[in-house]
Structure formats: C-alpha cells, structure tokens
Write a protein that binds this ligand. Structure first.
Ligand code: NAD
Length: 355
C-alpha cells in the first residue's frame, strides 16, 4: 500500500488518475493542486469521502508549502501532473507556462530531493518521481507513416510544448546529477469524462447541443492520436509501480484521426444520442465553422506505444469509436458538472468567475 502524492490531481488527467487509484487499488493519495481555472474538485466528488484520499491547495512554485507537505505526508512516490496545459493560452500568455511548468517542476524536484536524500536505503531506492509529459515535445510529423518513439529528438513548437520540454530535461538531469529516481512518460492527446470545455472534444459536444458553431482550425486536416483518459490513468499507475527508473515510456491510443474526422464522429453520435436538436438546427454537421489556423500549429502527432506494451504489458482498452461514444454519453448525462464549469460556479468565488 503506497502513499502517492499527485500534483495537478484536480485537473483532467490527474483526477482520472486519482479516481483510478482510489477505486482500483488500496493505495492512498494526497492531491497537491493550486486550483487554477483548470482545477475542479467536483471531478473528485465520487472519491472525496474516501479515507485514503486527502487534498492540499498548494502551488508547486511554493517551496515552503511543498516542504511542509512532504514532511507531513511522507509519500512513497510522486506523480507530477500539475501544469498549465492549454496551447492556445500559452500563445496568448506564456508567462504562467514558464512559471508553473519550468520553475514549478524545478521547485518540486528540489523539494523531492530534500525529502528523498535522508530516507532510509530501502525507501530511498523504491521512491519514484514520475513526470507526466506530452508528445508535443517532439514537434510534428509531416509524413503519414512516421511515429514518435522514446528516442525522437525534441523539437517543440509552442510555448506550452517548449515549457514541457524544459521540464522533461530538468527531470532527467535530476536523475543523472543527483540520483533522484525519476521516470518520464510522454503521451498523446487525451479525451474523456471531466475534460475542461475549452478543449476540442468537449467544446464540440457542448457547442453542438447548444446549437452554437463548431470551430475547426484551418482545414481540419491536423492529425492527433487520441488516448482515452481512463486508459491513460491505468498506464500511469502501471508505470509508477512497475516502470524502470531512468526510462521514458510513450503512451498513445493507436487512434490517429484528423480533427475534422473527430468533429464528424461527434456530430454523428449526437444525431443518434441527442436527436432532439436545438431550435434551427437540422443537422449537427451544419454547425461546423472553419476558423483561422493557430500560429505554429503542428500538423501531425502520432505515438509508437510499443515499448510500454512490450515491457509493461499495457495497451489501450478503448478504440476511438468506443471511447468517443462513452465520452459523448458522459457529457449528455452529466450536465450539472459542465454547467457549473461553464457558469464558473465550480470555482466558487476563488476565481471571481461566478456572479
Ligand atoms: P489540466 O489543465 O486539466 O490540469 C492541470 C492541473 O494542474 C489543474 O488541476 C491545475 O489547477 C493544476 N495546476 C496548475 N498550475 C499549478 C501550480 N502552479 N501548482 C499546483 N497545481 C497547479 O491538465 P491535464 O490535461 O490534466 O494534463 C495533466 C498533465 O498531462 C500536464 O502535465 C500536461 O502537460 C500533460 N499532458 C496532457 C495531455 C492532454 O491531452 N490533456 C496530453 C499530454 C500531456
């Protein structure tokens, strides 16, 4: 029974990881999260009463607060997911991305090192610092057959991916220089329940049921490899418990789709699952609106997830068809969750979003 400290546990992937650990294992979790706009404790409501779960509102840039958390909780492992994660926001305002993703990761590494160094030999050896990162650090692929592997050179395009690339390098340097037992995973685009509605898939679902335009960047030909978030949560738990220190594991869904194909799939599912359309809408596909492309937009990402399959026996359980059906159904059945995000009440008064 491990004590797992999860940073960013109130976010989209972090909350899936925490729900997975509490529901599928006997381990304990402490979530450390600043609760930015992307942090939502309502995504943890189903496990919030469990005695193996606890929460601390802490900024990973706050050295003293991190030292206090480490001293009190005494984790066996860390899963580091706290980050600024939205590419468009990084283009409009990169500062927060450098602060949290680079300085925050550095501050967390140092807090972990201060805690880890004096541990007894066995605890020290079994300790893990698992850094969760993105395939966007590799830049983009222009052919149709290439795949990112764990040895693909880094070539980030956006302030977001450059900040994540920096953090990956810091994590590897802390192993090489100080011996801190780190592991890095780089994954493709996640989707699934509890996804903040600024991201493509939830945005399209919620705009469609509201009869609003469905914005598609450029010609919609950009390709992403979609990973169902619960498959990802299983993979991350397997890596932190069975992965080899110093290794990198790429995690992908084997589900390459053009953005426009994703939007078409959602529209077609909504025709079946939400046939009572908003007034004035004949077909959901009629709502598709092409908008000016994002600057520096990467063309294609696709992951070779062969290593984690071969070495840890992980592979995704969901196909894109099964995962997107689950996702659309989840949004149709969980209106309270997303309405409270849309009107700002999920954040109470802390972000000044609600009336
Ligand atoms: P998210 O934006 O949904 O959640 C991020 C969480 O981190 C939020 O709860 C937020 O409150 C918290 N946070 C932000 N700044 C913080 C700080 N300074 N201190 C403490 N907490 C802070 O992100 P996500 O989609 O769940 O992504 C989680 C991780 O996975 C990130 O590191 C991201 O780079 C990586 N990733 C995400 C995707 C994806 O498709 N979502 C793909 C690849 C990699």
């Amino acid at each position: 029974m491990k004590r797992i400290l999860v940073t960013g546990g109130a976010g989209f992937i972090g909350s899936a990881v925490v729900r997975h650990i509490i529901e599928a294992t006997q381990d304990s979790v402490m979530v450390v999260d600043k609760l930015t706009y992307a942090g939502n404790l309502e995504s943890l409501a189903v496990i919030a009463d469990n005695e193996r779960y606890s929460f601390e509102q802490v900024d990973i840039c706050d050295r003293a607060a991190l030292d206090r958390v480490f001293a009190q909780y005494r984790p066996d492992v860390i899963m580091h997911l706290a980050a600024e994660s939205h590419v468009d926001r990084s283009i409009d305002g990169p500062a927060a991305f450098i602060e949290t993703n680079v300085v925050g990761t550095y501050t967390l590494l140092e807090a972990a090192r201060r805690y880890w160094q004096p541990l007894d030999a066995e605890k020290k050896q079994n300790f893990r610092f698992h850094h969760i990162s993105t395939d966007e650090v590799y830049g983009d692929l222009h052919g149709t057959d290439d795949l990112f592997t764990e040895t693909t050179p880094y070539s980030p395009s956006s302030p977001y991916s450059a900040s994540k690339a920096s953090s990956d390098h810091l994590v590897r340097a802390w192993l090489r220089t100080y011996g801190l037992p780190t592991i890095v995973t780089n994954c493709s685009n996640n989707y699934g329940p509890y996804h903040f509605p600024e991201k493509l898939i939830p945005l399209v679902i919620l705009n469609a049921v509201a009869g609003k335009p469905l914005p598609v960047y450029g010609d919609g030909a950009q390709v992403r490899d979609w990973l169902y978030v619960e498959d990802h949560a299983r993979a991350l738990y397997q890596v932190v418990t069975e992965g080899v220190v110093g290794e990198t594991y790429n995690i992908g869904g084997h589900n390459e789709r053009k953005n426009i194909e994703v939007v078409h799939s959602i529209c077609d599912l909504l025709e079946e699952l939400a046939p009572n359309k908003p007034q004035g809408v004949t077909k959901y596909r009629d709502l598709i609106t092409y908008v000016k492309d994002r600057p520096g937009h990467d063309m294609r990402y696709a992951i070779d997830a062969g290593k984690i399959d071969r070495e840890l026996g992980w592979r995704p359980q969901e196909t894109f068809e099964s995962g997107i059906r689950k996702t659309v159904s989840w949004y149709l059945n969980n209106e309270t969750w997303w309405r409270r995000v849309q009107d700002g009440s999920y954040a109470g008064e802390r972000l000044g979003l609600s009336d």
